[in-house]
Design a protein around this ligand. Structure first.
Ligand code: ADP
Length: 150
């Protein structure tokens, strides 16, 4: 079974994340959307809220699972028997950052990182900009799935 882990904070899930997940679906038998728990990070949405945004958005797709993990992403991949990490690339800054992590993960394990380039119409979306708009009581409906707005 070809299984991929899509790790991230998803604080909150955006249409950019959704684009990557939708486009990765034909490539894998199962995609685990894995919310990394970092106790030193402050989140806008609780873990329960972030899980429920993802579950609600992908409720009609049984190839997608939502889980949480702590520690190294490669250790988590080994635990759930996933040979692939899925990541999205928006711009050169993402590429430089992701390249170092992917090389490091590859040195430490057999796990391959699969990158998908974001679609042009969602490549500018980021969870941090969505959080800024929300803090200032703006409308984020063009940037996040319906489940997040409700
Ligand atoms: P992290 O804190 O690990 O960056 P995020 O939740 O911000 O977690 O992102 C998870 C993954 O989704 C990363 O691979 C990131 O590059 C990708 N991603 C984030 N926003 C977008 C977007 N607008 N288009 C495509 N991929 C995105």
């Amino acid at each position: 079974m070809k299984r991929a882990v899509f790790p991230g904070s998803f604080d909150p899930l955006t249409l950019g994340h959704k684009d990557i997940i939708d486009r990765a679906l034909p490539l894998f038998d199962e995609i685990i959307i894995a919310i990394g728990i970092n106790s030193s990070k402050q989140y806008m949405f609780s873990l329960e809220q972030r899980i429920s945004f993802i579950k609600e958005t992908f409720k009609s797709n049984d190839k997608i699972k939502v889980e949480t993990y702590q520690g190294l992403t490669i250790a988590y991949c080994q635990k759930v028997k996933s040979d692939f990490i899925l990541r999205g690339l928006r711009n050169p800054a993402d590429f430089e950052f992701e390249k170092a992590i992917a090389h490091t993960n590859r040195k430490m394990s057999e796990i391959e990182t699969v990158f998908l380039l974001t679609s042009a119409d969602t490549s500018y979306i980021s969870s941090s900009i969505v959080r800024d708009i929300l803090k200032n009581k703006g409308d984020v409906s063009r940037f996040v799935p319906k489940a997040v707005i409700q």
